[in-house]
Design a protein around this ligand. Structure first.
Ligand code: IPE
Ligand code: MG
Length: 231
């Protein structure tokens, strides 16, 4: 979710207002996702690098998940959305963590949409944390170095259990991953859209999905027709 600051700046408003508008965009997209055929939706809310922003802006970003759950948790619960919050817990307030765990517990039985919110998340941090966890298991005699393969490693990331992303959409015109799901993105398709996140509407996501369907996914292999054509 990118472009909140620029959206606000264009209107002569403080960046915090942009983040509030961004939260409204998230509500719209979560509501629209199941009708667009989406079963797993993962959003990047706050990165391990975002701490370097001004204190007041960080405080506003920290307040957003609680505000979101306070206003929307009953609806998420009712509409079959299962919430999971991933990212490092260190640095987050006790209240914020408690609210996240409550949202997860109250929606644990849901299965229509799996909504993952990456908050205080960084792809590199997540890989380092998974490596450390594995090293600790080896040190404790609970695992051997030879146990580690791609699947075993993926199972130690915070995204364990989620399918790898088919499509990664970045709004706001920036064309980079910015430390999002680095490991998981190996074969994801990317769509970059020139719309600021607070303006993001279901039609933009629909367009991104349409673009996705024009892609030819080969996962490093060749497609069967080409094998036949080559004899
Ligand atoms: C939201 O947009 C992303 C978050 C970190 C919450 P930005 O705050 O990065 O907006 P821009 O990039 O300055 O426009
Ligand atoms: Mg940005």
């Amino acid at each position: 979710m990118d472009g909140n600051g620029r959206w606000a700046k264009r209107r002569g408003l403080p960046r915090t207002v942009g983040h509030q508008a961004g939260a409204e965009a998230l509500k719209r997209i979560v509501q629209a996702a199941p009708d667009l055929g989406i079963r797993w939706l993962t959003v990047f809310g706050f990165s391990t690098e975002n701490w370097s922003r001004p204190v007041a802006e960080v405080a506003e970003l920290m307040a957003l998940p609680q505000r979101y759950f306070r206003s929307d948790l009953p609806r998420l619960e009712r509409e079959g959305v299962r919430v999971r919050v991933i990212g490092r817990e260190g640095g987050l307030s006790r209240d914020l963590l408690a609210m996240c765990r409550e949202a997860e517990a109250r929606t644990a039985h849901n299965k229509s949409l799996f909504l993952t919110i990456a908050f205080n998340y960084g792809g590199q941090a997540d890989i380092a944390d998974a490596a450390r966890r594995f090293a600790e298991e080896v040190a404790a005699g609970r695992a051997k170095p030879s146990d580690l393969d791609e699947a075993a490693f993926a199972g130690r990331l915070s995204t364990a259990g989620l399918p790898p992303p088919d499509l990664i959409v970045r709004p706001s015109g920036e064309q980079r991953l910015s430390n999002f799901v680095l490991w998981e993105a190996a074969y994801a398709e990317f769509v970059f859209q020139d719309v600021l996140w607070p303006d993001y509407a279901p039609e933009h996501l629909k367009a991104a999905i349409a673009e996705y369907h024009t892609r030819d996914r080969r996962y490093g292999a060749v497609i069967a027709d080409d094998v036949l054509a080559a004899g």
